[in-house]
Design a protein around this ligand. Structure first.
Ligand code: ZN
Length: 81
């Protein structure tokens, strides 16, 4: 029996699968291992203390509303800095 119909939502989800997966895993690990930092300054300070300020980026977590560190550069949010 062929499937009863084309599901556009399923198709769309299958297309974006993998794109968000890596970031979701990153966020999940960050949120799961520890609470987010209360501010970007705190997150950056922690990275600096570990000598990782040049390889870690900070981002505001949409899940816990805290700040996390990531090795992946987040989407550009403006020039300068
Ligand atoms: Zn989080």
């Amino acid at each position: 029996m062929p499937s009863s119909g084309f599901d556009p939502l399923k198709w769309w989800l299958s297309g974006r699968e993998g794109v968000d997966e890596a970031q979701d895993r990153d966020i999940e690990r960050s949120c799961g291992s520890k609470d987010g930092y209360p501010s970007e300054t705190a997150a950056r300070a922690n990275a600096a203390m570990n000598g990782m300020s040049s390889v870690l980026f900070t981002y505001e977590c949409p899940y816990c509303r805290g700040w996390h560190l990531t090795r992946r550069k987040p989407p550009a949010m403006g020039a300068g800095g």
